[in-house]
Write a new protein. Structure first.
Length: 94
């Protein structure tokens, strides 16, 4: 049977796509879910490493503010990216 399947003698049975798969509201809902990908893994990892004692907004905000202050004071290396105008001095050349 495996030999015949590889040669294309048996039809490949695919799952049928639901009728709502390409509707605008469904696509918008899927896009909103994309924001929270891997959140459960990150939550478990941060609490296991004792980075965040509890998974609350206040605790995460304290942790983020502490990291921000460490970067500004030079204790942590500066991440490269956009939106770092407070950390990087603006050039005076024009």
């Amino acid at each position: 049977l495996n030999d015949f399947y590889g040669e294309g003698r048996l039809p490949v049975i695919k799952k049928q796509v639901p009728f709502y798969a390409n509707l605008p509201n469904h696509l918008a809902a899927e896009a909103l879910k994309h924001r929270f990908r891997n959140r459960d893994k990150i939550m478990i990892r941060l609490m296991a490493d004792d980075v965040v004692p509890r998974w609350t907004r206040d605790e995460r905000r304290k942790w983020a503010e502490q990291k921000h202050q460490d970067v500004i004071s030079g204790l942590l290396p500066l991440p490269k990216g956009i939106g770092l105008s407070e950390v990087l001095p603006k050039s005076e050349q024009k």
